[in-house]
Design a protein around this ligand. Sequence first.
Ligand SMILES: [Zn+2]
Length: 380
Amino acid sequence: MAGTELARPKRYVVQDDIVSLMDFDAGRARAITIYADTRAHNGASRPMAEVVAALDAAESSLAGSAERVDAFRESRRRAEEVLADPAAHAGEGLAAFVCESRGLLEVFTLPTPFHTRVAVGRRLYVPPLARLLETFDSHIVAHVRSDRAEIYTAYLHRLWPAVELASDVPGRASGGGWAQARLQRHREECVKKHLKLVADEIARLVSEEEADRVLLFGPGEVLDALSRHLPDAVAQRVLAKEPMPNEAGEAEIRERARDILHRYRDDVAADAIGELQSRIGAGGRGAAGAGPVVEALNRRAAEALVLSRSLAVEGFRCAGCGWLQEHDGSSCPTCGGELRPGLLARLMAQAARGQGASVLFVEDSARMAPFGGVAAFLRF
Ligand SMILES: [Zn+2]
């Protein structure tokens, strides 16, 4: 192992980390992103087999210049040093971002495990890490044809390539006769198998990424057939099924997905704000402003929390019982536990989810201004 000091792993994520990782561009080099569940590997002194296997697969599929392969190997060596370092296994989840030739090495050991995943590309794969900020929703976008599919995670206003599938499907048989009929049946079987695979991948991503909605693009008959393979819980999340030219690229998919998601968020926000107005205006079960919402969360009365995305004030949460407050104090007034600082919006979102309430972040902060940036529907 090289004698280089490894970067000290970070124990938490802040928005700035996410922004700089999102902006990273390896150019002609290739960057490695690793997520791992380190619970079972605490104290392990060698890289995890699953990650190594994924790195092997990535290395063997690297196309292009010898220079790029060499650059990948350099980064890979560094990544394996990280995995072998006990400090990287201090938490339950590990996230590492490595691009040796560009001087990138960022390691996070976090209190929540990740599904093990390795991604190699010009860009880093940021969504699983960014999700820990808990202020953005993620969606799955798929462009599906009868023999291939590209599946993306839509997150932080970007599309992140997640899975690419290509199946061997023979062309359409033309003419009549028994041979053609048999070929046609064979083709249909192949398409069916392919679509089942695509549906499985979509279902897996929806669960791994805790995706809110699913957007499907492709020929109508392909999407109809695909839908039959989607589990009910996933089918209920399908927001759009729209045609798309077979050869459409990522840019086209991104534009369409952005429009649809923009309208969707807008509708959801309008509904929520309409209901808030009626509840709060009529003295009904609603709370507006940080103070009343914190109070409602502390008595576990929240049914849904609505926040402006740009709400950026600090707050405090008890490490012991989860008590929230806007201002610092020596200790928690209910259990005497330690009060830890954090972004108030995030602390409120965590508290709300912890009591089974849904959380909605509203993009347009002007709409939330009448409610002081945050409001809640209350159960009682
Ligand atoms: Zn407490």
